[in-house]
Design a protein around this ligand. Structure first.
Ligand code: APR
Length: 237
């Protein structure tokens, strides 16, 4: 049988856990300390922008202090071989894929290292803290800048591009996501509808583990590189 060469990979917080970046829904995850309604919705930002800035400033600092792990590096190796036959989609707002060498990453939930104007949508790179005093440098409306992340109630990015890639794929792989937030949690179902084989790599079975055709459980920094090595060996066999 011809080895799969058009691959869609979806990553979640679990791939960055071994870099020391907290996940969301694990027992010690971010949502055990914060209520997502307060810090990850437009309504929360309107009610208390200082709290929201404080939350993302801490996340940004923790990502800047972290280093990509072997799973991020393995996906960069995969891209080096597959080129644009790999579509790497991440729910993560961190930049660890890029820092490991990935060049084409679809950040469907936005990016922590950029800031956006709430009025004119001007976006610029941002690695410092944001505050209620930070004003848009572009629009002149003096509007407050916000983290360039997609909050609950907002529309994730690149959905058309992702749908096209899943339809054309001959392998779908999910790494380090609990499968509890849509639309990302629905991608495995889309792949299933098109008859695309589906592999789950996660610490434990996700909420939609039933929809996968193959699964490996363990730490992403161990099972991720092992899976990539196996995949690349299959390509050259
Ligand atoms: N290796 C692999 N998987 C891990 C590891 C690890 N070292 N540590 C934890 N995991 C797994 C957990 O078992 C869990 O299934 O990663 C998953 C993380 O799930 P979530 O915390 O729910 O993160 P994610 O699926 O990315 O969340 C989706 O929810 O709040 C939002 O916007 C946020 O993008 C995020 C979205």
């Amino acid at each position: 049988m011809r080895p799969p060469t058009r691959v869609v990979i979806l990553t979640g917080a679990g791939i960055s856990a071994d870099s020391g970046v907290s996940t969301f829904r694990d027992p010690d995850g971010v949502w055990s300390t914060y209520d997502w309604r307060d810090v990850a919705t437009p309504e929360g930002f309107a009610a208390d922008p200082a709290l929201v800035h404080q939350f993302y400033n801490a996340r940004r600092a923790s990502v800047l202090a972290a280093k990509p792990n072997a799973a991020h590096a393995a996906l960069a190796r995969l891209e080096a071989t597959l080129g644009d036959r790999l579509t790497l989609v991440t729910q993560n707002v961190d930049n660890l894929h890029e820092r490991a060498g990935s060049r084409r990453v679809l950040h469907m939930h936005g990016e922590l290292m950029s800031a956006r104007c709430g009025a004119c949508d001007f976006i610029c790179p941002w690695t410092n803290d944001l505050s209620v005093e930070t004003r848009c440098p572009d629009c002149g409306a003096g509007h407050m800048m916000r983290p360039d992340v997609v909050w609950f109630g907002e529309i994730p990015r690149f959905l058309d591009e992702i749908a096209v890639a899943i339809r054309a794929a001959d392998l779908f792989v999910s790494i380090g996501t609990s499968g509890s937030v849509y639309p990302a949690a629905g991608f495995v179902g889309e792949a299933r509808g098109f008859g695309v084989p589906r592999v789950e790599l996660n610490l434990e079975p996700s909420e939609n583990a039933w929809a996968f055709t193959d699964a490996r459980y363990g730490r992403a920094s161990e099972i991720g590189p092992a899976w990539v090595d196996e995949f690349l060996a299959g390509l050259s066999a």
